[in-house]
Design a protein around this ligand. Structure first.
Ligand code: NAP
Length: 372
């Protein structure tokens, strides 16, 4: 499989770059020409520097010139858009141009590659499980209705999905809309590109007002280590390419789904793993869904909050709602078990807890027989 891939320098893209070689997947990264303040692409990914093309998802055709499109059309099997504006407190304009226009332009690129070569070319867009907005209970892998609870970021991802479904015509490339769950760092190294709202929970642990977290009873935290998500993304894309043509875009939940731990279980796993890492404990206070959603979206209207705190508050809805993302369609595509992250591992990644140490046999030979 050879993929034209955007967003390789991001959290998910970095993990895809790591998972690709062992799956025999070749990547052609699409990278922005100007990335002020960032490590140059060639230095961050020396092995892929020669294969990269310049472009910008906000531009029609992602800004790819004709000769490059010709070249790509001969070898690329799928176009994968992982580029995103992921700052939840970002401007509506940036969210729209990158997340919505970028998604539409990506479908056009896949169409163009198909038109030039006559080959089957698929398109994959990374959406988010958080397009669910305020939905509770079981959330289906299907287009979702309007929802007044969506944040600006969630709304942009929802509009992108809606546009892809509405724009899809007979004979178009197969489309996979992969709704990605929250990502933590690499399961083996803990390395992370950035720290999303879940990490902010860890960072704000000692500053939580009143030492309370208002969440629904049975609230779940649907989160995956990024390498686990990347592997499942590549496997589901391979499944899409293996299967016959799809008349409609396929929507999947790339997340822990029914295996996502409750917030209570996650916190207890963290406390059990490293009791001395936490000062005073926080109390989970039962709250209704409306209260969690309202607080996470509106507190900034009454309290002057810096952007990091605004992001933390928005993140309350990602740990405070009782819902389960269905994964039936993901199971149809993935040839093997679905991601089922270990709760203790998630707790260790989230709170940067030290790895579990095997007990060492005591020096007293008489006692060593009690060691496992
Ligand atoms: N991380 C999560 O927890 C999470 C959860 C759910 C869904 N998602 C979705 O998954 C996708 C990837 O997320 P992520 O966390 O990996 O994002 P990220 O770490 O914020 O990285 C964003 C990537 O998009 C690229 N990009 C941004 N604007 C671009 C543009 N105009 N043209 C080309 N490339 C552009 C960035 O490149 P530069 O290096 O040039 O800035 C970077 O590689 C996003 O669509 C996001 O909405 C992520």
């Amino acid at each position: 499989m050879r993929l034209l891939l955007t967003g390789i320098t991001g959290q998910l893209g970095t993990a895809v770059a790591g998972a690709a070689p062992e799956r025999g997947v070749e990547l052609v990264p699409l990278v922005r020409g100007s990335r002020p303040g960032r490590v140059p692409f060639e230095r961050a990914f020396p092995a892929l520097a020669g294969a990269a093309v310049r472009g910008d998802v906000r531009a029609p055709g992602w800004g790819l010139p004709d000769p490059v499109l010709d070249e790509l059309s001969r070898s690329v099997d799928a176009v994968v858009d992982l580029a995103g504006e992921t700052n939840w407190a970002g401007s509506g304009r940036d969210l729209y141009t990158t997340n919505v226009l970028g998604a539409r332009h990506g479908l056009d690129v896949a169409r163009e590659l198909r038109r030039r070569s006559g080959r089957h070319v698929a398109y994959c867009y990374a959406s988010s499980i958080f397009v669910a907005g305020g939905a509770l209970g079981h959330v289906a892998e299907a287009p979702l209705p309007p929802d007044r609870h969506r944040t600006a970021y969630e709304h942009s991802k929802w509009v992108a999905e809606r546009e892809l479904v509405a724009q899809h015509r007979p004979g178009d490339p197969d489309v996979l809309i992969s709704r990605v769950g929250a990502l933590l760092g690499d399961a083996r190294t803990g390395e992370t590109r950035h720290r999303n709202s879940l990490y902010l929970l860890a960072e704000r642990w000692d500053d939580l007002p009143g030492r309370v977290l208002p969440v629904m009873r049975g609230a779940r935290v649907d989160v995956l280590p990024r390498d686990v998500a990347a592997a499942a993304l590549l496997d589901s894309l391979a499944g899409l390419l293996r299967a016959g043509p799809r008349p409609q875009p396929v929507i999947t939940h790339l997340c822990a789904g029914e295996r996502a731990p409750t917030l209570r279980a996650l916190l207890e796993a963290a406390r059990a793993a490293a009791p001395l890492s936490f000062g005073s404990w926080v109390r989970l206070v039962p709250a209704g869904a409306e209260q969690v959603l309202w607080l996470s979206a509106n507190a900034e209207r009454f309290l002057p909050l810096p952007p990091a705190w605004r992001n933390s508050l928005i993140g309350l809805r990602y740990i405070g709602l009782d819902r389960v993302m269905d994964r039936g369609r993901l199971a149809d595509l993935v040839d093997g078990p679905l991601p089922a992250p270990d709760t203790e591992l998630l707790a260790r990644l989230l709170f940067a807890l030290p790895a579990a140490r095997r007990p060492v046999a005591p020096a007293d030979a008489g006692l060593s027989r009690f060691q496992p």
